[in-house]
Write a protein of this length. Structure first.
Lengths: 208, 433
């Protein structure tokens, strides 16, 4: 073999090796791309997530989170993103519904209890309001009676002076009764008591 | 002996009648309960129920029932209703809010109780009550009014008057003392008591007013959450769906589902989403969505439609048993479906099933027989007979098939059916299957 032939053979061998290694690298790259195609991978994960939503499966909060995590980097695949949105919604609703079922009638019982408490409170407020206005009214009435009783002799005198008294005997008896039973003092006492009680009602929340 | 037989027979008939009557009386009723907004708690006859509205109450004892609907921030509602045996009824209640949500899109700025609020695409969420509205420059000012403010205002005027009156009486008494045993005359004492009472009431009202003002809270929400906005959004989705823009329609419905979970449009949007998924071939998603509707959002207007859609999807997938089970779950409250339609559909499913599994043939034959028995006055009675005859022939029951064909009148208006019947008669006559 001449030197030139040997050189040509070496050149051909190098060329062959180079092309072979290039081919290998290309094939490996293709295979790798196939294996790591993100769209396929996400689609596979989404279909796996669908299994979590089947009626016989009880979804867990961490599973909902794992579905939520699938959404990162989905902007490039609008179709997959839409499916992911639906899956996420379904998972969220399923988890919520499961929690509702697990709670049984407890939330409704709590709401009912709160309602009844509110109704009882409203009833009590109504009673307090009624008592407040009753005591206030009584206080004013007793105050007026107390004053009338205190000034009964003066009123009687004036009525007699003016001659407008229907019957002198009536005023005479009236004065006696007022004096005998201490109407003025008793009424004044009741008036103060009523005012005090109405103040208690206000303090107790008769005025919201 | 004859008399004994007569009595026995009468007794049997009486008992049978009684049994029928009792059975009818105890046939449970079905009640669809829904509220606007959804997700309200339900208390039935004092018994708190699992889940939230919309609810489908199966096996409801016929008679009078009291239903209480409770939802936070909404006034509780109590309804009494009467259900008849076997009746399917619907209770749809619009819940009244305990707050109000005004929007001021044209205002540059809004201030509520000293707090600047966002305007534009914002809804204010304010407690119910009286408000004073004024303007400070370009800003709209809303100030809550204490419910007893009028009493406070009245006291603000009357208290100085009464105090002056009391002072005048005291002054008069000092200048010309009355000849009474008491240190002060009753009228002066009375004026003091009245003044004291008024001052006490004024103080109490001011304390309460301060508490009211301290606890007052205004919030803001996105205008999107307004029921009118959700309605508009849903309507937009409908338009897009009608014009075939499925992706955009899906986007609109998804937004409702994601952000308006309490809206009555939530289940409707969910249904539309499922329908779009059926159209776009995403059956597995559609199935999950329809199942969600039937299990957790059974609106009266959606329940049957969703069950039927599930039956359709499973039929397409070749899952005939499941398809039939979804048809069985229909309650036929939706006027869109008639019992005859659904029974016929069941027979059609069975026909497809028989193609895959020949052993289902008897079931199919029974299905058509029931159809004939249940709807003797149907317009399609001859078609049913023809279908029954075909399947009887398939099962080598030639005599029965011939008997069915005999029942079909000769003068059929439907030409295609008449041709088919003739063909079948000929096949039977030739003895060729």
């Amino acid at each position: 073999m001449t030197t030139s032939t040997r050189a040509a053979a070496r050149f051909l061998l190098i060329l062959l090796l180079l092309s072979a290694s290039g081919l290998d690298a290309g094939l490996a790259q293709e295979a790798e791309a196939d294996a790591l195609n993100p769209a396929d991978d996400i689609a596979r994960k989404l279909s796996e997530a669908e299994a979590l939503l089947q009626p016989d499966h009880t979804i867990l909060p961490q599973e909902l989170q794992s579905i939520r995590d699938l959404g990162t980097g989905l902007e490039a695949y609008p179709d997959l993103e839409t499916s992911w949105h639906s899956l996420l919604m379904l998972a969220r609703e399923k988890l919520y519904a499961q929690q509702q079922q697990a709670a049984g009638g407890k939330p409704a019982a709590l709401a009912l209890e709160e309602l009844r408490r509110g109704e009882r409170e409203a009833g009590r407020l109504k009673v307090r309001k009624t008592l407040f206005w009753t005591f206030l009214g009584s206080g004013v009435t007793f105050l007026v009676v107390s004053n009338l009783a205190a000034y009964a002799p003066d009123i009687a005198d004036r009525a007699v002076e003016k001659g407008s008294a229907g019957s002198l005997g009536f005023w005479w008896n009236m004065e006696d009764l007022v004096a005998e039973y201490n109407v003025s003092e008793v009424s004044a006492g009741l008036s103060v008591l009523s005012f005090a009680l109405s103040a208690v009602m206000v303090a107790g929340g008769a005025v919201p | 002996m004859r008399l004994f037989e007569k009595i026995f027979l009468q007794l049997v008939f009486f008992l049978l009648g009684l049994a029928c009557l009792t059975a009818q009386e105890t046939t449970p009723s079905i009640l669809f309960v829904t509220t606007s907004p959804i997700r309200a708690r339900v208390v039935l006859d004092g018994e708190p129920l699992t889940g939230e509205t919309p609810l489908m109450l199966r096996d409801l004892k016929p008679g009078e029932h009291q239903i209480e609907l409770l939802k936070e921030d909404y006034r509780p509602v109590s309804r009494t209703l009467q259900t008849a045996p076997g009746e399917i009824a619907e209770l749809n209640v619009e819940l009244a809010k305990e707050f109000w949500r005004p929007a001021f899109p044209d205002e540059e700025g809004v201030q509520v109780h000293g707090q600047p609020m966002e305007t534009g695409d914002t809804l204010l969420r304010l407690p119910e009550g009286e408000y004073s509205v004024s303007r400070q420059g370009t800003r709209l000012v809303l100030e809550p009014v204490y419910p007893y403010q009028k009493v406070i205002s009245a006291l603000n005027i009357s208290l100085p008057v009464f105090l002056s009156f009391s002072a005048m009486l005291t002054l008069q008494e000092m200048l010309s003392p009355s000849n009474m045993d008491l240190p002060l005359p009753p009228v002066v004492l009375s004026s003091y008591i009245i003044n004291l009472g008024m001052i006490g009431l004024d103080v109490a009202l001011h304390v309460r007013k301060n508490k009211f003002m301290r606890t007052f809270a205004a919030e803001s929400e996105a205008l999107e959450s307004a029921s009118s906005a959700v309605r508009e959004q849903y309507r937009r989705g409908e338009e897009l769906l009608a014009s075939g823009e499925l992706d955009r329609a899906l986007n609109v419905y998804s937004r409702i589902i994601a952000a308006q979970r309490d809206s009555e449009y939530f289940p409707l949007a969910l249904y539309k989403t499922a329908k779009i998924h059926v159209i776009t071939g995403k059956d597995s998603l559609a199935v999950l969505e329809f199942q969600l509707i039937t299990r957790y959002y059974p609106l009266a207007e959606l329940y049957d439609k969703a069950q039927k859609a599930l039956a359709d999807v499973y039929l397409r997938r070749g899952s005939y048993e499941q398809s039939c089970s979804y048809l069985d779950a229909m309650v036929l409250y939706d006027p869109l479906f008639t019992p005859e339609q659904i029974d016929l559909y069941r027979c059609e499913i069975l026909e497809r099933w028989v193609e895959a599994e020949e052993e289902r043939l008897d079931e199919l034959i029974d299905c058509y027989r029931e159809l004939l028995a249940d709807y003797p006055g149907s317009e399609d009675i001859n078609t049913y007979r023809y279908r029954l005859a075909i399947n009887l022939l398939r099962g080598e029951r030639r005599d029965e098939a011939a008997a069915q064909l005999e029942e079909i009148p000769a003068d059929l208006k439907d030409e295609e059916l008449a041709r088919n019947v003739e063909e079948l008669r000929a096949r039977l006559g030739e003895g060729v299957e």
